[in-house]
Design a protein around this ligand. Structure first.
Ligand code: SAM
Length: 303
């Protein structure tokens, strides 16, 4: 796909490869930092759902250089090594992962937890929205195990059906919650980032990874008064930065011709690898409709 379409047209995808970032998402974290100074004074950071690792690259560059700065990256997928980043191949919904993170920090809590997690997209809007909300809550849950008081949590959020409930839940744990949209995140996408500062759990709160936080029996649209928390929305990234929804010309400004740049770090074992191999060898089974079904389809065509 890269050589012909996305690679040539998406400016952040192009810039990521030219600048050695593993994914275009790097710009989202950089633009969030421009707005919120996320890395100031941070010594220990956790990158949840980190593969292929562009956010970890940013973290290791921004805080890894400081004396005793440590970055721990977690993902279900294997990730190519990165200097200054400790990797855990694990699930963020598991208590064992929280314990492993703390172990790497020798018992000290993290100053910053970031999560750019995304479940595999199904294309069914409601399902994807629900899964994303669950992943954000899983990230919040694990953050409550590893984050220091006053610490900061940044996570991808879909501004979908459950967003009001999500904000209200985040607000229980943080003194400040904002919704930020970096310039490199497409306007056409419902993706944004919850920037939660000042970790301050309710008194007596005991972190518990076994409890799902999103309760659908609760009609959050009925929330009123202080229970309905409306978060400020902040667009971030320099106003002169590229607009990620635009297609960019193939002729470069200096008149030179566009040249293909290979990805900085292709995924090690992406979930679609097996399917690609089967397709290449013509072994990918094609779905065949039952006979009567295809006849009906033809019969039903408008005359
Ligand atoms: N921030 C990354 C970067 O800059 O390279 C990109 C993250 S990618 C959009 C989303 C990642 O979430 C995938 O690599 C996926 O494996 C991971 N993920 C999804 N569910 C997860 C889970 N339960 N535990 C750990 N990682 C998970």
């Amino acid at each position: 796909m890269g050589r012909t379409s996305k690679d040539k047209r998406d400016v952040y995808y192009r810039l990521a490869k030219e600048n050695g970032w593993r994914a275009r998402s790097a710009f989202k974290l950089l633009q969030l930092d421009e707005e919120f100074n996320l890395f100031q004074g941070v010594k220990r950071a956790v990158d949840l759902c980190a593969a292929p690792g562009s956010w970890s690259q940013v973290l290791s560059q921004k805080i890894g250089g400081q004396s005793s700065g440590q970055v721990v990256a977690v993902d279900l997928q294997a990730m190519a090594p990165l200097p200054g980043v400790i990797q855990i191949q694990g699930d963020i919904t598991k208590l064992s992962t929280a314990k492993e993170i703390i172990q790497h920090f020798e018992g000290c809590p993290a100053d910053l937890v970031v999560c750019d997690g995304a479940p595999d997209v199904t294309g069914l809007h409601d399902v994807d929205d629900y899964m994303q909300a669950q992943l954000l809550l899983a990230a919040l849950n694990i953050a409550t195990h590893v984050l220091k008081l006053g610490g900061c949590f940044v996570a991808k959020i879909f501004r979908g059906r459950d967003v009001t409930l999500l904000y209200s839940q985040l607000r229980i744990f943080f003194s400040s919650v904002l919704c930020a949209k970096p310039k490199s995140s497409r306007n056409s996408s419902i993706e944004a980032f919850a920037v939660c500062q000042g970790y301050d759990p309710p008194e007596g709160f005991i972190p518990d990874l076994t409890r799902p936080l999103l309760d659908h029996s609760y009609d959050f649209n009925e929330l009123h008064g202080p229970a309905r928390f409306i978060v400020p929305f902040v667009a971030c990234g320099d106003l002169s930065a590229y607009d990620s929804d635009c297609s960019y010309p193939l002729d470069l400004e200096d008149g030179s011709e566009y040249k293909y740049t290979p990805p900085t770090q292709p995924p090690i074992a992406p979930p679609y690898q097996e399917a690609c191999k089967l397709k290449k060898n013509g072994q990918l089974a094609k779905e065949s409709l039952p006979k009567e079904c295809s006849i009906n389809k033809v019969d039903n065509l408008p005359q």
